[in-house]
Design a protein around this ligand. Structure first.
Ligand code: F6P
Length: 542
């Protein structure tokens, strides 16, 4: 017997609406009065416009019914209440507690986790202040550079946010080394002075091979130049014993618990490099932004709830309309690392094949997520977005203002480009107009026909736009938590666990096994002939 008849019926309702939607033109939906206002939502000073999609009233009703049938609100409350919703790892999911500055307890198995979190936050603030003020001197003077060694969630969050908040930087320079490719470490270390460099080893597990390899190499670099290298090392980890084994004293270990997933960890110790760059006050603003989005997510009805709406639009595009990927297009150059950050957040969370009970997912997993800041993308892949044969729903982001008032004309151009792209994707350009354009250029006959076809834009390509006042620490916190909860809602409705990542294990295991093959220490017969051929080439190219 089907255990979830309501959910199946709700999905069927969504698919039925999508079938109707395929034949409609998005632009025609604006014949209905107030569509832009009715298919957008405002919260925390931000505006989310989803009116340039195929979603109409009945489709939205069907999507909201889907969210209710999937018990999104119940699951949300379970997450915030410390239930072990990450079943395959038997863990609670409490990263939101890292940004809870309200004084409200957060209980896990009846114990308030907040005292531990706030204690660590105070230690981070004190340490960051010491670094920024020059009170922490290392061995020869104030720290000028900070190198964060970490990968995945121990890199992408702080790297994304540090870049995003460049106007707030007033601390030492922060650098991020993630790749085991020696180029990453070498390029960052070139020009740094070991005597004035602080090294942060960021790893939840303190076992990740890339991070441990980079950590050992940077320790060697430091040891070659300073007498007490350990004095300039910090660890951010859940594995405090392993950090101690590495030689980092407890006063410079900032710990977090296993109920903070790596890709959700920027709010706590993993954000130390960000805090050093922008200062404890701005970091606290970032936390407040995240907490405000938590409150919005918890307290707002589904129909006006930004994370829920983003999730429903995402499911509509991928599951219901069948669009394979989605593009994230921040018209905000400082969000250059946001697409990479979201790739981990969304694809490591929701790129799954089975549900919590191990059964195949009835409606598949989340989509491929990719992107690049505008306007750069316009001069690269936007050709395909406008005229390619596959449709890519676009998620635009734009601030009302930039941080350079004396260059406000740049921002006006940026905003105009953002608006122009979503409008062009939707309205397109018909054959008659294209013919007129080609004719005006002097074409006639067959040449005119051919030229006109090149200039046709089918349009009817969906997009959403998230607009915000300005990319401040608080707004970045809001946006980051918005996407976290969007991923959660999509995962709940798809019936999967957004908080484990078994799919990264096989490749890791094989890499360990193949390292001796690359070195020539194991016979090639033990592996597939293609792999053996490649390894032989890498040992002796030619
Ligand atoms: O391999 C994937 C992963 O486990 C991510 O989930 C995580 O963010 C990353 O590796 C880094 O892990 P750690 O912080 O334990 O070094």
């Amino acid at each position: 017997m089907n255990p979830q008849p309501d959910l199946d019926a709700a999905w069927a309702g969504v698919f039925a609406e999508a079938d109707k939607a395929r034949s409609r033109r998005i632009a025609d939906l604006f014949a209905q009065p107030d569509r832009a206002e009715r298919f957008s939502a405002r919260a925390l000073g931000m505006l989310f416009d989803y009116s340039k999609t195929h979603i109409d009233g009945p489709a939205r009703a069907a999507l909201l019914a889907l969210a209710r049938a999937a018990r999104v609100e119940t699951m949300r409350d379970a997450m915030f209440s410390g239930a072990r919703i990450n079943r395959s790892e038997d863990r609670a999911v409490l990263h939101a507690a890292l940004r809870n500055l309200s004084g409200t307890p957060v209980l896990l198995d009846g114990q308030d986790v907040m005292p531990g979190i706030l204690d660590t936050l105070e230690r981070m603030k004190a340490f960051a202040s010491d670094i920024r003020s020059g009170r922490f001197t290392g061995q020869v003077g104030a720290i000028t550079d900070v190198v964060n060694i970490g990968i995945g969630g121990s890199d992408l969050g702080p790297a994304m946010a540090t870049r995003a908040l460049a106007p707030c930087h007033d601390g030492p320079r922060c650098h991020f080394v993630s790749n085991v490719d020696s180029a990453d470490l070498a390029d960052v270390l070139r020009g740094l002075d070991p005597a004035t460099t602080l090294v942060i080893i960021a790893s939840k597990t303190f076992t990740t091979i890339e991070t441990m390899t980079n950590a050992a190499s940077i320790r060697d670099w430091m040891a070659a130049h300073v007498s007490d290298p350990a004095a300039q090392f910090v660890a951010l980890s859940s594995a405090t014993d392993r950090a101690a084994d590495f030689g980092i004293p407890p006063e410079r270990v900032f710990a977090f618990e296993d109920w903070v997933g790596g890709r959700y960890s920027v709010w706590g110790p993993i954000g130390l490099s960000l805090m050093i760059a922008i200062g404890p006050e701005d970091f606290t603003e970032f936390l407040h932004g995240g907490a405000a989005m938590d409150a919005h997510f918890r307290d707002t009805p589904l129909a006006d709830n930004l994370p829920v709406l983003l999730a429903l639009v995402g499911l509509w595009h991928h599951q219901a309309m069948g669009f394979a990927t989605r593009a994230v297009l921040p018209y905000e150059n400082r969000l250059a690392r946001l697409p990479a950050y979201l790739q981990q957040l969304e694809m490591e969370s929701n790129g799954k094949r089975v549900g919590q009970g191990g059964q195949p997912l009835p409606h598949g997993s989340g989509p491929v997520v990719w992107g690049e800041p505008g306007t750069n993308g316009q001069h690269a892949f936007f050709q395909l977005l406008h005229q390619g044969t596959g449709i890519v729903p676009c998620e635009f982001m734009i601030g009302a203002a930039g941080h350079e008032p004396d260059l406000a004309h740049h921002h006006r151009l940026l905003a105009a480009n953002c608006l122009a792209q979503s409008e062009a994707l939707m309205t397109g350009r018909g054959l008659a107009e294209a013919r007129a354009l080609a004719a005006a250029e002097g074409y006639s006959g067959d040449a005119l026909n051919a030229q006109a076809e090149q200039r046709v834009f089918e349009g009817n390509r969906p997009s959403t736009t998230l607009a915000y006042p300005r990319l401040t620490p608080r707004v970045l916190g809001q946006i980051t938590a918005l996407y976290e909860h969007r991923v959660f809602v999509e995962g709940v409705i798809l019936g999967l666990n957004s908080f484990d990542q078994w799919g990264v294990e096989l490749g890791k295991d094989l890499a360990k096994r193949l390292e001796p093959l690359v070195s020539g220490d194991i016979p090639p017969e033990d592996v597939n002939p293609s792999t053996a051929l490649l390894a032989a080439y890498l040992r002796a190219p030619g």
